[in-house]
Design a protein around this ligand. Structure first.
Ligand code: FE2
Length: 423
């Protein structure tokens, strides 16, 4: 007897009328027209069943702190960093835990079941680290939370950051972070990349750095990140987040850089909502979009994910944990409007970030965890267009969130009584 049998589902790769059989929290079969006794069956009615959304870049320690202690007036990155500095001394363990748990509730409701969150280690108390390690344990039954030791004030620029970062890793934070463009000089930025990659290699950890989050085309720390990844044999284990300076770089230089990044099998995370609002702030017109070169990176064979980065915090007052909103913005900013490119945008919030996080047993295949989302859409492109209800969210074969479909009721002469915004 199966635990769960889902029938008549459409999968993100285009296969239709698929059945998914679940036993003991894992997928045991995926095939058309399966019939077997099950404790629970669900007719997907041709709708899209996707593996859960994965956010490769987030800040759970600052999320939902909007307005504390004040609102970012200019909306700039630098005022955001200053504001976070004002908030930090007032943070409490319980407040961080409470906000983080509330955001994880939102995430589950949106079908987002894995998050890589940076956690600021530039606080000698390591309050946020302790709080998020507690949250990680608490949400583990329903959400995979992966933490990155992130030296927000610069691992070399801030006097205690390196010691704190190592303490955070000792406590169980599992990824090494960095912020080379925020160090005092280009040279110190390069030194920080080398130091942090060597630390990760020594400890057998993954790396994910905020890298070149700048409009300065000469901010080239990604080159150094690729070098040390290759030199230390860390291929496939290192991610460059943001990489916004690539938007402004010289095309010839980028053609050399992409080959180095491919050689290092560097992961890339673009954060379209944040990049489009924070970059280009010193421009008059035309204003740069600032997002990294996603289509070119994909064409070079790199794994590229779209991340949410911020929700209702010092840097960004909007957001709700909806990765479809994130990918929709990425699609528009990168002009990825072909059918194939739109599907790549869907992969950039599902399979691509799962690869960057090294998630185990992720996907819709026999042997994978029975984690999936039933969307009120018929395919990935319609999902990106409508950002529809996540009708059911499953974790290990159990339904952990439900949202009703809500067609709009109409009262128009001679017209249908409702519309679902579909042709
Ligand atoms: Fe970030």
């Amino acid at each position: 007897m199966l635990d769960l049998l889902i029938q008549h589902a459409t999968l993100p790769d285009g296969r239709q009328d698929q059945s998914i059989a679940v036993q003991n929290g894992r997928i045991v079969d995926v095939a058309p027209g399966l019939h077997a006794p099950a404790h629970d069956t669900l007719d997907a009615q041709g709708l899209l069943l996707s593996p859960p959304f994965v956010d490769a870049h987030f800040h759970l320690d600052s999320a939902l702190s909007y307005g504390q202690p004040r609102v970012n007036q200019s909306g700039t990155l630098l005022e955001g960093i200053a504001l976070w500095g004002e908030l930090k001394p007032h943070l409490t363990h319980d407040a961080i835990v409470e906000r983080a748990l509330r955001y994880c509730d939102w995430a589950v409701g949106r079908g987002l079941l894995a998050i890589r969150s940076h956690v600021d280690v530039c606080d000698d108390r390591l309050l946020a680290v302790q709080a998020l390690l507690q949250v990680k344990r608490q949400v583990a039954p329903y959400l995979d939370l992966q933490l990155v030791a992130f030296p927000q004030d610069g691992v070399l620029r801030s006097p205690t950051a390196l010691a704190n970062l190592k303490r955070a890793l000792d406590l169980g934070v599992e990824v090494v972070g960095g912020i080379p463009h925020f160090e005092r000089t280009m040279a110190q930025g390069s030194d920080s990349v080398q130091l942090l990659c060597e630390l990760a290699a020594e400890r057998g950890l993954l790396v994910d750095m905020h890298c070149d989050e700048s409009d300065d085309p000469m901010s080239r720390h990604v080159e150094t990140l690729a070098l040390h990844t290759q030199r230390l044999g860390l291929q496939g284990r290192v991610t460059g987040s943001h990489l916004t300076s690539m938007h402004s770089m010289d095309n010839y230089y980028v053609s050399k850089l992409l080959a180095l990044m491919a050689e290092a099998d560097l992961g890339v995370v673009a954060n379209p909502l944040i990049n489009i609002t924070l970059q280009g702030r010193h421009d008059s017109y035309p204003k740069r979009r600032g997002m990294t070169r996603v289509p070119e990176q994909l064409a070079a064979g790199l794994t590229v994910a779209f991340g949410q980065d911020c929700v209702m915090d010092p840097w960004y007052s909007l957001g709700s944990g909806d990765l479809l909103e994130v990918a929709s913005m990425g699609l528009h900013v990168a002009q990825m409007t072909s059918q194939a490119a739109m599907r790549q945008c869907f992969e950039a919030i599902t399979t691509a970030p799962a690869r960057l996080l090294h998630l185990k047993d992720y996907g819709l295949a026999p042997g994978c965890h029975a984690d999936f989302v039933l969307l009120d859409a018929r395919d990935p492109v319609e999902a990106l267009r409508l950002k529809p209800a996540r009708l059911r969210v499953y974790r290990r074969g159990q339904c952990i969130a439900q949202t009703a479909a809500s067609p709009t009721q109409l009262s128009l002469p001679g017209r249908p009584e409702a519309t679902q915004f579909r042709l």
